[in-house]
Ligand binder design. Structure first.
Ligand code: HEC
Length: 146
């Protein structure tokens, strides 16, 4: 399900305290099957982060303000995520090269109940199947700076 009316909405949760306790998120999409070519970080992955994540995951952004220093801003993403421990739970690695299934960043995009915190993007529509597939493939190909 992916439509403009399907958003992981905070507004709704403001209506009643009961609603706020329910999992309001739209279900995540199924990642597309693996593709048989190299995925480019610069051309295909950072643009997703820039559009969907950087507003919060940047200096002075919402996540920064609640103590999450991870940056998903162009030029900062790789140093901030690849082989870096999660701030929320240091037993998790944000991006484990060649292993999307053990990369917390991917789990938070592709699972309705990720092992730590909320599904991302917080308050936004779930990423599309194609976007999820690309991010998984890029990580499984080694999370290269390419
Ligand atoms: C509206 C603000 C917002 C947006 C947009 C957002 N995030 Fe987050 N993110 C947060 C907050 C707040 C936390 C900490 C709480 C939580 O995980 O539920 C967080 C935590 C995370 C963490 C865990 C970091 C750590 O060190 O433990 C990851 C990974 C993450 N987000 C990835 C993403 C990705 C990828 C996107 C874009 C697809 C994204 N986020 C979009 C607000 C946001």
């Amino acid at each position: 399900m992916q439509s403009s009316t399907c958003r992981r909405i905070a507004v709704l949760s403001l209506y009643t305290a009961v609603l706020a306790l329910l999992p309001l998120g739209c279900p995540v999409n199924e990642p597309a099957p693996p593709i048989e070519r190299d995925v480019s970080f610069a051309m295909e992955i950072q643009p997703i982060f820039t559009q969907e994540c950087a507003s919060c995951h940047s200096q002075g952004g919402f996540a920064d303000n609640v103590g999450i220093p991870m940056r998903l801003v162009e030029g900062l993403t790789l140093d901030s995520t690849v082989n870096q421990a999660s701030t929320q739970d240091a037993t998790f690695t944000l991006i484990e090269p060649f292993d999307a299934a053990n990369s917390l960043l991917f789990l938070k995009l592709s699972e309705n109940a990720p092992p730590v915190g909320s599904t991302m993007p917080l308050f936004g529509e779930p990423l599309s199947s194609d976007e999820l597939g690309l991010i998984r493939d890029w990580i499984d190909q080694g999370a290269m700076d390419n």
